[in-house]
Design a binder for this molecule. Structure first.
Ligand SMILES: NC(=O)C1=CN([C@@H]2O[C@H](COP(=O)(O)OP(=O)(O)OC[C@H]3O[C@@H](n4cnc5c(N)ncnc54)[C@H](OP(=O)(O)O)[C@@H]3O)[C@@H](O)[C@H]2O)C=CC1
Ligand SMILES: O=C(O)[C@@H]1CCC=N1
Length: 273
């Protein structure tokens, strides 16, 4: 049975661990997590029943799959002390870090089989979206292993280049935050129009859920679904005209370009180390 080590047990690791266990993809007893925070370790143990370690080497001792879930800025200093062990054991190394390229991961870990992936936090609910990219030495079995781990927590999409991983980061890795921002803004606007915070929140969240489900289940695209809400001469038309006049599409375009550029910039800066 596949033993999985998570190096770093923060937000994204917790979302994936929670998803894996809830979806029954793996048993908690097969998951080892290392994190420097004693409080964080105890939270992970209580919440998910996984085994935790303060020392990263203890977490990877028997791992078949090592999932690197530390901040990009920490990756080099976390991987290098593990290099001798990783080089000897050659587990499948999966990195979820934004902006750390294959070349850096290979240099710092000495692993041959590497999968770079970009998940997102709704993985916790089994509703994640993950883009994956395999190194040339990843076997078909290892690709399938990475795919089934991430598929257990949502949708998976394989891409062919690191630039595409940066684009995935901009669209779906960071994406939940954009929707949360829109929700925050709608709640505030609803309050200004006289709704209580509780009512504005309930309506906003249910509308987001409904719109998402409808877009997923519909045989027509978002543009047509939007058109069906927009009665000629009605209320939606005025709201949409206001968004368009404020160049909302240009704002979204610029925001996603900024996220993707930042991933490439991190890759360049941190890869030099
Ligand atoms: N959050 C998200 O939505 C997404 C994040 N990612 C990627 O996931 C990675 C983690 O991000 P996120 O979960 O948000 O960040 P967090 O800060 O929540 O998690 C990182 C964890 O790593 C721990 N850590 C720090 N130093 C070490 C070390 N030496 N050894 C082991 N663990 C260590 C941190 O502990 P402490 O806090 O005590 O320093 C923290 O608990 C990043 O690379 C990010 O790019 C990818 C997709 C989406
Ligand atoms: O903000 C970040 O850098 C990470 C990567 C994608 C989502 N969170």
């Amino acid at each position: 049975m596949t033993q999985i080590a998570f190096i770093g047990g923060g937000n994204m690791a917790s979302s994936i661990i929670g998803g894996l266990i809830k979806q029954g993809e793996t048993k908690a007893s097969l998951i080892h997590v290392s994190d420097p925070g004693a409080e964080q370790r105890s939270k992970l143990e209580k919440e998910f029943g996984v085994t935790t370690h303060a020392d990263n080497l203890d977490a990877i001792a028997k791992a078949d799959v090592v999932i690197m879930a530390v901040k990009p800025q920490m990756m080099k200093e976390v991987l290098e002390p593990l290099q001798a062990t990783l080089s000897k054991r050659q587990p499948l190394l999966i990195s979820i870090a934004a902006g750390i390229n294959m070349d850096s991961l290979a240099r710092w870990s000495s692993c041959r089989a590497i999968v770079r992936c970009m998940p997102n936090t709704p993985s916790l609910l089994g509703l994640g979206a993950t883009g994956l990219l395999g190194s040339k030495d990843v076997s078909l079995d290892q690709r399938n292993q990475a795919d089934s781990l991430l598929r257990a927590v949502g949708l998976t999409v394989w891409v062919k280049t690191e630039a595409e991983i940066d684009a995935v980061t901009a669209v779906s890795g960071s994406g939940p935050a954009y929707y949360f921002l829109l929700m925050e803004a709608m709640i505030e606007a609803g309050k200004k129009l006289g709704l209580s915070e509780q009512t504005a929140t309930k309506l906003t969240l249910q509308t987001a859920l409904g719109a998402g489900q409808m877009a997923m289940q519909s045989d027509v695209g978002p543009a047509e679904l939007r058109r069906r809400v927009t009665s000629p001469g009605g209320t939606t038309e005025r709201a949409i005209a206001t968004f368009e006049a404020a160049h909302m599409r240009d704002i979204v375009d610029a925001a996603l370009k900024a996220a993707s550029d930042r991933a490439a910039e991190l890759s360049e800066q941190l890869g030099k180390a």
